[in-house]
Ligand binder design. Structure first.
Ligand SMILES: NC(=O)c1ccc[n+]([C@@H]2O[C@H](COP(=O)([O-])OP(=O)(O)OC[C@H]3O[C@@H](n4cnc5c(N)ncnc54)[C@H](OP(=O)(O)O)[C@@H]3O)[C@@H](O)[C@H]2O)c1
Length: 322
């Protein structure tokens, strides 16, 4: 495993584990998955993974409970990251919610406590007052944000008066927005971009095609899995396979290596089984050549999925099986 080269109280592994899947029926993994989730966590620990990401929202607290129980006594050795869903993120609410998350996780302190998304009405001055007091009493280690633009990330730092260590955003080969400003900022300022959906929810695994879309409500709502987009992605998947063959790896591993190429980026793929966790951890060791990277960038740029409003009627038709 590789770790981010930054001064943090505990090392942060380049591959972490995302746990939205834990306790969330919307992924369609069924009741058996709860046992598998614990096995995934234990295997991740064996493989040197130190970053475990959850949120109070995932399974309405079930993800935090499953993760905390699976980590057991190892909780203190790793970076446990959770998120507050900022419905009314005024200071006393932030404090109460952190206490509740810590209790579900079974920890004395949350190593990284993130604001799940920017609140359009409540300013970060208010939210960060709560975060600062949590840090002062030791219930929270580092503060992070999620789905923030650069301006608001920096504003949040000014409001906290301390570093806001990380910004967790959607980042993969086919969602490259963070390359414009967030990643350069992280590199210059010693911060971290945490890439969520780094496999585009499995789209980049090459496992799915128009005749074989994934199950579950989460991915039914993701336009990348429209039959038309799965077809349009064939060239990109072919390029991933080609690069993967040269490394004796899989397309998913190459997709992860693509985002991990930036020193201040870590990725937190979710996993439906232990074997995926193993492969994802191994991806941290893959070094892409400049030529391979250029080929991946070109293939990703050539992929033009139908998204936004144009995707809506198609998603309705797909839902109705038409
Ligand atoms: N902050 C936010 O707003 C936000 C939003 C979304 C996610 N997140 C976080 O980011 C984490 C990851 O994002 P995500 O779950 O949306 O997407 P993801 O990590 O891109 O995709 C995860 C899915 O990809 C498939 N997969 C994983 N490893 C694989 C491998 N080695 N080979 C083949 N397929 C593999 C699995 O599904 P199948 O096996 O079923 O295909 C798995 O459930 C979440 O768990 C959550 O912690 C945060």
């Amino acid at each position: 495993m590789r770790y981010v080269r930054l001064d943090t109280p505990k090392p942060i592994s380049k591959i972490g584990l995302g746990t939205w899947q834990f306790g969330s029926k919307e992924w369609g993994y069924g009741p058996e998955y709860e046992r598998r989730a614990a096995e995934i966590v234990r295997r991740a620990l064996d493989l040197g993974v130190t970053l475990f990401d959850t949120a109070e929202l995932y399974g309405f607290g079930r993800s935090e409970r499953i993760l905390g129980a699976a980590l057991g006594d190892d909780r203190a050795k790793v970076v446990v990251a959770s998120k507050i869903f900022p419905l009314l993120p005024v200071a006393p609410v932030v404090q109460q919610r952190a206490v509740a998350s810590a209790a579900r996780l079974g920890v004395d302190g949350i190593d990284l406590y993130q604001v799940h998304q920017a609140n359009p009405v409540v300013a970060d001055t208010t939210t960060m007052r709560g975060m600062r007091s949590l840090q002062d009493v030791g219930l929270v280690g580092e503060v992070g944000v999620s789905n923030y633009g650069l301006r608001r990330w920096r504003f949040a730092e000014a409001a906290l008066g301390r570093r806001v260590l990380s910004n967790q955003v959607r980042y993969s080969m086919i969602d490259r927005g963070p390359e414009e400003d967030l990643i350069p900022y992280a590199e210059q300022a010693g911060r971290i971009v945490i890439a969520y959906s780094p496999l585009a929810q499995g789209f980049l695994s090459g496992r799915y095609d128009a005749t074989n879309p994934p199950a579950g409500a989460v991915r039914r709502a993701n336009p990348y899995f429209l039959p038309e987009n799965l077809e349009r992605g064939a060239e990109l998947i072919a390029t991933l396979r080609e690069v993967a063959d040269a490394h004796d790896a899989t397309p998913s591993q190459i997709a992860l290596a693509y985002v991990l190429r930036h020193p201040n980026v870590v990725a937190i793929p979710g996993a439906s089984g232990v074997e995926q966790m193993e492969r994802n951890a191994a991806a941290a060791e893959i070094d892409l050549t400049d030529d391979e990277y250029a080929a991946l960038v070109a293939a990703a740029r050539a992929f033009r999925p139908v998204t936004g409003l144009a995707a809506v009627p198609r998603m309705v038709r797909a839902r109705l099986g038409k």
